[in-house]
Design a protein around this ligand. Structure first.
Ligand SMILES: *[C@@H]1O[C@H](CO)[C@@H](O)[C@H](O)[C@H]1NC(C)=O
Ligand SMILES: *[C@@H]1O[C@H](CO)[C@@H](O)[C@H](O)[C@H]1NC(C)=O
Ligand SMILES: *[C@@H]1O[C@H](CO)[C@@H](O)[C@H](O)[C@H]1NC(C)=O
Ligand SMILES: *[C@@H]1O[C@H](CO)[C@@H](O)[C@H](O)[C@H]1NC(C)=O
Ligand SMILES: *[C@@H]1O[C@H](CO)[C@@H](O)[C@H](O)[C@H]1NC(C)=O
Ligand SMILES: *[C@@H]1O[C@H](CO)[C@@H](O)[C@H](O)[C@H]1NC(C)=O
Ligand SMILES: *[C@@H]1O[C@H](CO)[C@@H](O)[C@H](O)[C@H]1NC(C)=O
Length: 304
């Protein structure tokens, strides 16, 4: 056995000095992580000894397995061909493999370069975020893979926009409420893609549009509505002439539906006429708008 190893090492150490036709790098074999690679050496007749090496370690010398790696096995050993198989290939298997052949006349080597591709994997990505409007943020996404994956950022919602960054970092110097949404990071290489999404929530104080005054005849139903854009969602309060109005009291009901608050007066009387104020509040501030409820005597009279 030792003599064989010595002989094989001699062939390899001799190879740099061989003439070009006797020592060649044949090809690159590209294989994906987890797959099986076949290393095939076509040998002529009159071969006396043959071996497959991984760098300087012998994997197989003829039909004798020297490698202790269970993933390595013999596929074909015939007069014309010597093929071994490596299963479940991983990154560290990448490199040069040499088939060394001893013919009666002289030694000959053939090399193959095994390139291992690994699917991209995003390893570090910013989590869902809630920030105040105006703050400066950086979304980060990094990953590994072979070849090195390219990273891109997209905005998916509220309205899908194309690629917004082709780097690991997406910097937003002064974030606005319009930039809130679902962000997607993708890492892509020749093998496949890995994708993550995150939600960016931007806090801002309530802003209200001017409420519309309402005219309601006596005895009719009056509905007052106010609307507030806010994040987090606003809480609403209603006042009449500086007095807080509480729901379900004196024939009045208040309902809040997402960004709206609606105050219903079921049976309008004289004392219901006046100036109502709707106040919207969240953690960042508050806003208000006033709505005048007035009697529509003219129209009421006309209808009678
Ligand atoms: C093998 O791959 C290397 C880079 O990975 C490249 O430079 C070389 O040209 C390739 N050789 C062949 C024969 O494709
Ligand atoms: C090839 O050699 C490298 C470096 O020694 C080792 O990590 C790897 O497991 C070897 N692969 C095979 C299939 O022998
Ligand atoms: C992820 O990225 C952040 C910011 O660059 C860094 O502080 C952290 O150590 C990274 N985590 C990992 C697991 O690489
Ligand atoms: C509304 O209130 C007035 C005065 O209190 C009352 O006469 C009338 O019946 C009420 N209408 C309804 C529909 O409840
Ligand atoms: C709706 O607004 C009223 C106003 O007083 C408030 O008491 C109530 O808690 C609010 N309800 C919801 C679900 O926000
Ligand atoms: C209604 O009340 C608000 C708050 O008290 C006040 O600012 C506004 O001027 C009043 N509107 C009218 C028409 O009186
Ligand atoms: C309504 O807003 C004004 C400023 O826009 C503020 O001065 C006032 O105090 C607010 N009123 C209430 C009831 O919050």
């Amino acid at each position: 056995m030792w003599r064989v190893r010595a002989a094989l090492l001699l062939w390899v150490s001799m190879s740099p000095g061989d003439s070009l036709s006797d020592s060649q790098v044949l090809e690159n074999i590209t294989v994906r992580q987890g797959e099986t690679v076949f290393l095939r050496c076509l040998q002529g007749d009159a071969v006396t000894r043959t071996a497959w090496l991984n760098r300087s370690s012998i994997l197989y010398a003829g039909e004798d397995k020297w490698s202790v790696d269970p993933r390595v096995s013999l596929e074909v050993l015939s007069r014309g061909e010597f093929t071994i198989r490596i299963e479940d290939v991983d990154m560290y298997d990448e490199g040069q493999y040499v088939c060394a052949v001893q013919t009666r006349s002289r030694p000959r080597t053939t090399s193959v370069h095994v390139i291992v591709q690994v699917p991209p994997k995003i390893t570090n990505v910013t989590k869902d975020m809630r920030v105040n409007e105006g703050s400066s943020i950086a979304l980060m996404c990094s990953g590994s893979g072979r070849p090195e994956p390219s990273i891109t950022w997209r905005i998916l919602s509220p309205s899908a926009r194309g690629i917004v960054s082709q780097e690991e970092y997406l910097e937003i110097p002064a974030v606005t409420r319009q930039q809130a949404g679902i962000y997607e990071c993708s890492a892509v290489n020749e093998v496949s893609a890995d994708v993550r999404t995150l939600q960016l929530v931007v806090n801002f104080p309530p802003s209200m549009s001017k409420g519309k005054d309402v005219g309601v005849p006596l005895g009719q139903r009056g509905v007052l509505q106010c609307e507030a854009e806010a994040e987090p969602a606003a809480e609403f309060e209603w006042y009449k002439d500086d007095r807080r109005i509480v729901s379900s009291l004196n024939g009045i009901e208040i309902e809040n539906v997402s960004k709206f608050s609606r105050l219903t007066i079921f049976n309008v009387s004289e004392e219901n006429y006046g100036n109502y104020t709707c106040v919207a509040t969240n953690t960042l501030g508050s806003a208000n708008t006033s709505i005048i409820v007035f009697g529509e005597y003219g129209i009421y009279a006309l209808h009678n």
